[in-house]
Design a protein around this ligand. Structure first.
Ligand SMILES: [Zn+2]
Length: 273
């Protein structure tokens, strides 16, 4: 089965929640002439028009001359993962990292069997990444242990691996202490692409360093997309565009679109500099 992550050196994966946010990210990627991953959290996945989002992402990206893949981010429920596979998402993440490693492996294998039969890729996580994202919360940083990583690599057939290496979801309170040695250990041991979670708020320097490690191929950006959306709304207020008189929804939408596109464009520049 072909792994789309091998089609280019690395790709950013931006969390989106609507056709409009998907379009802003695709526009940014098309401007940089790079392919891109759009991911839905499991909460978004449950509420979105799946068939129409799938069709939009494929057809709009093709019109812009790039490829955009759809991925299901952190999902703890196997039924939902199956639904994403059936909805033609290109890849899914089963996240049982909060369970003991043997249970994590068992659930991951169950999902992988199902997904691979339908040519869908699987991402899984070793060592729980801390922070808050959607309905997902983890207080304590748990750096993945070498024993767990080894077992996971030996006993699963996943296509993308995520591991806790000091990264976190949401807003970093201070600069994170990243354990690059864990990323280097994994990428030195396997050809399975490594996924960086919690890319929002990491410095460009940290992302550059990660991208220099061979086989770091997917960098997740979620919080920054939401902050860019907020920035667009704030800009509309500041320009006086939210006054009742003369209010134009399209002008506000345009500011939000440009804000998301500009943030995504800045991240994507790190791939080509
Ligand atoms: Zn994550």
């Amino acid at each position: 089965m072909k792994n789309y992550l091998f089609e280019q050196k690395a790709a950013f994966a931006f969390n989106i929640w609507s056709i409009d946010s998907a379009r802003a990210v695709i526009d940014a990627a098309a401007a940089k002439k790079t392919n891109v991953i759009l991911q839905t959290s499991s909460g978004v996945f449950q509420n979105i028009a799946k068939k129409q989002l799938r069709e939009f992402v494929s057809s709009y990206a093709a019109d812009q001359g790039i490829r955009a893949w759809l991925h299901l981010d952190h999902c703890k429920k196997t039924e939902l993962v199956r639904e994403a596979v059936e909805s033609a998402w290109d890849s899914v993440m089963i996240d049982a990292s909060d369970r003991p490693v043997e249970e994590n492996i068992a659930v991951t294998n169950e999902v992988t069997d199902y997904a691979h039969e339908r040519e869908v890729l699987v991402e899984a996580e070793v060592g729980q990444i801390r922070g808050v994202e959607d309905d997902l919360a983890c207080e304590q940083a748990q750096i993945a242990s070498v024993e767990d990583i080894d077992r996971f690599l030996q006993e699963t057939e996943i296509d993308m691996i995520a591991a806790a290496f000091g990264n976190a979801h949401g807003l970093y309170q201070s600069e994170p202490k990243l354990h690059y040695e864990i990323v280097e250990y994994i990428t030195g041991k396997t050809r399975i692409p490594f996924v960086v979670h919690g890319g929002s708020g990491m410095t460009d320097e940290a992302i550059r360093r990660l991208l220099r490690i061979p086989n770091v191929r997917k960098i997740n950006i979620s919080t920054d997309v939401k902050l860019a959306y907020r920035k667009g709304i704030t800009a509309a207020y500041e320009k006086g565009l939210m006054e009742r008189d003369g209010f134009q929804a399209t002008t506000v939408e345009h500011l939000i679109h440009e804000s998301i596109k500009s943030m995504a464009g800045a991240k994507l520049s790190l791939l080509t500099e």
